[in-house]
Design a protein around this ligand. Structure first.
Ligand code: APR
Length: 231
């Protein structure tokens, strides 16, 4: 860390687990209780927009009631310690922003924004009046959460920013990510191929654990603050 100029941090649902936000594939993961094909695809939204909208309201309520944890703050503290830095997150919960992180690439969007299916306008969720579900945009179009659903392309600009950071960094930390969902799962390996030192932090092994330089078995909220302190 001391000799690195450019740090890229990749985070997944595991970093918010200690805040009380369920992961997707962990023991009490969301996808063990709910069917993603019924809740997180455009087809599902077309079939039953009210169900999908209520699912995201349920998740907003859940996230609203929790706080960022020491792992989120540790990453915020790392941000200014490097000449170049990028936080690439798969999380849509906005907890990194609430912890004060600024240099963020949100690969899968953000649950606190909505997008109009007709005019494409992005609006802050705070602006929504739930007179009807799903709510309407000022243009009369239907609003959907500004998140990436299964089968959808990632926002191109943000994806290329993330790829660029993985290719050019000296050090990449992969924190709380199961390395099962593409293209995010490829970022640590891309960094490795470009000569970066890659460290994974996860209490469980993942498909990339044997390939990265260091795979630390531990919780992000324990490991990251200690790493920052020792830096
Ligand atoms: N600290 C670090 N890692 C943890 C912790 C913790 N306290 N608790 C759990 N983990 C790890 C789990 O071991 C698991 O490997 O976090 C990982 C969470 O994996 P997933 O639930 O698969 O979440 P993620 O990798 O973010 O999923 C990727 O899939 O469902 C889609 O769009 C969704 O962004 C999500 C994507």
């Amino acid at each position: 860390m001391r000799s690195s100029r450019f740090l890229t941090v990749l985070t997944g649902a595991g970093i918010s687990a200690e805040s009380g936000v369920p992961t997707f594939r962990g023991k009490d993961g969301l996808w063990r209780k709910f069917n993603p094909q019924e809740l997180a695809t455009m087809d599902a939204f077309m079939r039953n927009p009210r169900l999908v909208w209520e699912w995201y309201e349920y998740r907003r309520k859940l996230i609203q009631d929790v706080q960022p944890n020491p792992a989120h703050y540790a990453i915020k503290d790392l941000e200014d310690g490097f000449e170049e830095f990028l936080l690439v997150t798969q999380n849509i919960d906005g907890l990194h922003q609430r912890a004060g992180s600024r240099k963020i690439a949100e690969l899968h969007g953000n649950i606190w924004r909505n997008r109009c299916l007709r005019c494409g306008r992005i609006s802050d969720h705070k602006e929504v009046y739930l007179r009807e579900i799903p709510p309407k945009c000022a243009c009369g179009g239907t609003l959907r959460p500004d998140v990436v659903w299964f089968g959808e392309a990632l926002p191109q600009e943000i994806l290329s920013q993330a790829l660029q950071a993985a290719q050019s960094c000296n050090l990449l930390l992969s924190v709380g990510a199961s390395a099962l969902v593409q293209p995010a799962a490829s970022l640590p390996l891309l960094a490795l191929r470009n000569g970066a030192f890659v460290v994974e932090i996860n209490p469980e092994p993942t498909p990339i654990s044997e390939r990265v330089n260091e795979s630390i078995r531990g919780k992000a909220g324990d490991v990251l603050p200690r790493l920052v302190k020792r830096q």
